[in-house]
Design a protein around this ligand. Structure first.
Ligand code: GAP
Length: 440
C-alpha cells in the first residue's frame, strides 16, 4: 500500500504558512470545527469543485445542476428522518465533564455502540485519564435556528446537514420543467452543517463543510447495475480526474447495522490519510425512501411517468456523496512530499492554484523586469492562473513555488534579452530547460 509522506501536522503547518487554510475566526482564538480558506486554498478548492462539476454535470447528457436554499422548511427534516435519527452516540466523563463520541473511544466500534459494549472496554478519558462514564445518549447533530423575529417552537428551522434534501425536494420541479429521461441525475454543491461532538483531524471532520452530491434516479429494477456502474465511475473520477493514487483508496461495503437509516447498500470509499484510513466519500442506494416520504408528507405525487410505456412509478436513487474538505485533504496528502532540501506539493496540473510562476532573474534590472512582464502577460492571457514573483533570490522563489505546487517556473535572464529564450524549471524533477518564449 502506498502511504503519504507527510504527517498531518506538517500539512496543517504548510496550509497556514502558505495561505491555504487558517483556523476559523483565528483572530479571536478560533471556533472549533470551522476553517477558513485563504487565497491559495480558495484556488485549489475551486479547481477541485470545478473538476467535479465539469466531469459529473457539464460533460454528461444525463446530469443537471440545482442550487437550493440552505434553510429549508423544517418538514424536510422530519420527512427525511433526520429529526428522529441523525444522531451520534455521546458519552460524558463524570470526572472532568468532557464529552466524546463513544464510538471514537473504542477500537473498531461503530455509531450503534451501546452503553454495555462501551463499559465492557471502559476506555480512559482522553482528557483526565479517569474511567467514570455516563450512559451513552443519542445527540442530534443538526444545528437549530429560528426563522423570523420570534424564537419559539413554531419558528424552529435547521441548517441543512446534507445537500441531498435540496435535490429531492426539487425532483418534481425538474421533472415537470425539463422532462429528463431515466436514468438521470441531479447534482448540487454547497455548504452542510453538522454539530459534530468531536471535530478532528484538521478539515476531515468539521462542523461546517461543503458537500458535492448527486441523486441519480433510476428504474427500481436497475439499481444494482447503476450502483456498480457509478462505483466504477467514482473510481475513475478520483484516480484519473483528481489524480489520487488507486492504492490509497479502499472500498468498504458497509454492513447493514452501520448504514444510514435510508440506505439498503452503502460502499464507503476510504482513503489513506496521514492519520490512518478514513472515509473519503460514500455511495449509497437510497431506494425510494426520500421521494416516498416527501410524497407522504407533502401530499404531492413524486411518480415518474414513462413517456414510452406510460407506466408510473417512484424512481429509486443511487447517491454518491463527497465532502470537498475531505477530497481537498486527500489531494494534499497524496501530493505532499518531503525531499532532502525541500517540501513539494506534487499537485496534478489541473488542480494546482498556479500553472506558471514568472520571474526576472534580478529585480533591480529594469530591462529584465520589462521582458519578464511581457512573458508574464502572454502566459496570463493564455492560462489565467499565472503568478509573478520577484522577491528574494531564485532559490527562495523555487522553494515557495514548490510548496504551493506550481508546476513550472519561468525565469528571464540576460540571454533572454538576446535570443528570446527563457529558463523553464520543472517542479517535480527540478530539471531546467531553455525554450523560446513564444513556445511556452
Ligand atoms: N447525503 C448523504 C450524506 O450526507 P454522509 O456519509 O453523512 O452522507 C457524505 O456524508 C460525505 O460528506 C462524507 O463521505 C464526507 O466526505 C462528507 N462529510 C460528512 N460529514 C462531514 C464532516 N463533519 N466534515 C467534513 N466532511 C464531512
Amino acid at each position: 500500500m502506498s502511504k503519504t509522506t507527510g504527517k498531518l501536522e506538517d500539512i496543517v503547518s504548510l496550509c497556514k504558512r502558505r495561505g491555504f487554510i487558517f483556523p476559523g475566526s483565528d483572530v479571536y482564538g478560533g471556533m472549533a470545527g470551522t476553517w477558513d480558506f485563504g487565497p491559495l486554498g480558495v484556488m485549489l478548492k475551486r479547481n477541485i469543485m470545478n473538476a467535479w462539476w465539469r466531469f459529473w454535470v457539464d460533460s454528461r447528457d444525463d446530469m443537471y445542476g440545482v442550487d437550493a436554499a440552505i434553510i429549508m422548511n423544517p418538514k424536510t427534516w422530519e420527512a427525511s428522518g433526520h429529526v428522529a435519527t441523525f444522531a451520534d452516540p455521546l458519552v460524558e466523563c463524570k470526572e472532568c465533564h468532557g464529552r466524546f463520541r463513544a464510538d471514537k473511544l473504542v477500537n473498531g466500534a461503530t455509531e450503534s455502540i451501546t452503553t454495555e459494549e462501551f463499559l465492557k472496554v471502559n476506555p480512559k478519558c482522553p482528557t483526565c485519564g479517569k474511567q467514570a462514564w455516563s450512559e451513552i445518549r443519542k445527540f442530534n447533530m443538526m444545528f437549530q435556528t429560528h426563522v423570523g423575529p420570534v424564537s419559539d417552537d413554531t419558528s424552529i428551522a435547521y441548517l441543512r446537514p446534507e445537500t441531498a434534501q435540496g435535490i429531492f425536494t426539487n425532483y418534481k420541479n425538474v421533472v415537470d420543467t425539463i422532462y429528463p429521461n431515466l436514468p438521470f441525475g441531479l447534482a448540487q454543491q454547497g455548504k452542510a452543517f453538522r454539530n459534530e461532538i468531536s471535530p478532528r483531524d484538521f478539515i476531515l471532520r468539521d462542523r461546517e463543510c461543503s458537500q458535492m452530491e448527486i441523486e441519480y434516479f433510476v428504474r427500481p429494477d436497475e439499481w444494482e447495475k447503476e450502483f456498480d456502474k457509478m462505483l466504477r465511475e467514482q473510481h475513475y473520477f478520483l484516480e484519473q480526474v483528481i489524480g489520487l493514487p488507486a492504492g490509497m483508496i479502499h472500498d468498504l461495503d458497509v454492513p447493514a447495522e452501520d448504514r444510514a437509516h435510508y440506505s439498503k447498500r452503502t460502499v464507503d470509499m476510504m482513503f489513506d490519510y496521514p492519520n490512518g484510513e478514513e472515509e473519503l466519500m460514500g455511495l449509497a442506494y437510497r431506494t425510494d425512501f426520500d421521494l416516498s416520504n416527501i410524497q407522504r408528507a407533502s401530499g404531492k405525487s413524486m411518480e415518474y411517468r414513462d413517456k414510452v410505456t406510460g407506466e408510473s412509478f417512484i424512481p429509486h436513487v443511487i447517491e454518491p456523496s463527497i465532502g470537498v474538505e475531505r477530497l481537498f485533504l486527500a489531494v494534499l496528502s497524496a501530493a505532499y512530499v518531503e525531499e532532502e532540501d525541500r517540501v513539494v506539493l506534487k499537485l496534478p496540473e489541473n488542480l494546482a492554484p498556479y500553472k506558471f510562476c514568472v520571474s526576472p532573474l534580478l529585480k533591480n534590472k529594469p530591462e529584465l523586469v520589462a521582458k519578464a512582464k511581457e512573458v508574464y502577460q502572454i502566459l496570463k492571457d493564455k492560462y489565467i492562473f499565472v503568478t509573478w514573483d520577484d522577491s528574494g533570490n531564485i532559490g527562495k522563489r523555487y522553494k515557495k513555488q514548490d510548496e504551493i505546487g506550481t508546476p513550472k517556473c519561468v525565469v528571464i535572464d540576460f540571454d533572454s534579452l538576446e535570443d528570446d529564450t527563457v529558463t523553464v524549471r520543472d517542479r517535480d524533477t527540478t530539471e531546467q530547460v531553455r525554450v523560446k518564449a513564444g513556445e511556452l
